[in-house]
Design a binder for this molecule. Structure first.
Ligand code: NAP
Length: 250
């Protein structure tokens, strides 16, 4: 039996990058998938088509996950379509200002903090009643190594992801009695649209510093998400799982 046979997975920001790779891998593992997108409708349609090729069902749902009404509609659409919701992967890449602290305004900083946290907060509050009714579920948030290891100009992003990590651990504690696990997957640098503008030399340097001697592809992160989402994971909760090829061994 496949590790997600009969399960329904909702992935935010699944039109591209890590979310798209995760959506396809979840389908290979036997799940039906709700593919959330913000603006990339045709990319989301391609992900849906790949999932259908695996013999699973999928829907693409447009929603800005920073928006409360959109989150409500996204979760309701998923449950109405598939009749249940077993796994939430909160992955969408929320925009952030990339600049030094002394050049950043509070509005810029709080926009990222608020965007990241409002998204996770509302998504989790919306999915938990369905998971509870079904007797359990799995929540996986996608953080970043920058939550623990600062890098110049990433103060808004890193601080927001650090809040997300702690938030997920609180969920693990409170939702455990409902048989709902909550875990964090925390990637290092991954080759996606979000990082393709970065200098090639920097990527080469980082690959050389990484024990596995390469940078991550989106599929590498998807594999880690599956390891926590699958039915075989019944007891790991509140886990912070770094997926960085051994780049940060602290
Ligand atoms: P990406 O390739 O830039 O793709 C971003 C995805 O997020 C797209 O599907 C996009 O949808 C969606 N999105 C953006 N804003 C959204 C919104 N307001 N509502 C709904 N969807 C939205 O990103 P990625 O690199 O795969 O990153 C995915 C996650 O991994 C993020 O949480 C990111 O912080 C984390 N991460 C990435 C790296 C890295 O090096 N790439 C490292 C550590 C952590 P549309 O295309 O439809 O607009």
């Amino acid at each position: 039996m496949k590790p997600l046979q009969g399960r329904v997975v909702l992935i935010t920001g699944a039109s591209r990058g890590i979310g798209a790779a995760t959506a396809v891998l979840m389908a290979k593992a036997g799940a039906d998938v709700a593919v959330n997108f913000f603006s990339s409708e045709s990319e989301a349609a391609k992900v849906v088509a790949q999932i259908e090729q695996q013999g699973q069902k999928a829907i693409a749902v447009q929603a800005d996950v920073r928006n409360a009404e959109d989150v409500k509609r996204l979760v309701e659409t998923t449950v109405n379509q598939f009749g249940r919701l077993d796994v939430l992967v909160s992955n969408a890449n929320i925009n952030f200002a990339y600049k030094p602290f002394m050049e950043m305004s509070w509005d810029e900083f709080s926009e990222k903090l608020n965007g990241e946290m409002a998204t996770a907060f509302r998504l989790c509050q919306a999915v938990v009643p369905h998971m509870e009714k079904q007797g359990g579920g799995k929540i996986i948030t996608i953080a970043s190594g920058l939550a623990r290891t600062p890098s110049p100009n990433f103060i808004a992003h890193g601080s927001a992801k650090a809040a997300l990590v702690t938030f997920t651990k609180y969920l693990a504690q409170e939702l455990g009695p409902k048989n709902i696990t909550a875990n964090v997957v925390s990637p290092g640098l991954v080759l996606t649209d979000a990082t393709k503008h970065q200098p090639k030399e920097m990527h080469e340097m980082m690959a050389n510093l990484t024990p596995l001697h390469r940078l991550a592809q989106p599929e590498d992160i998807a594999g880690a998400v599956l390891s926590l989402a699958a039915d075989w994971n019944s007891f790991a909760t509140g886990v912070y799982l770094p997926v960085n090829g051994g780049m940060d061994l602290s």
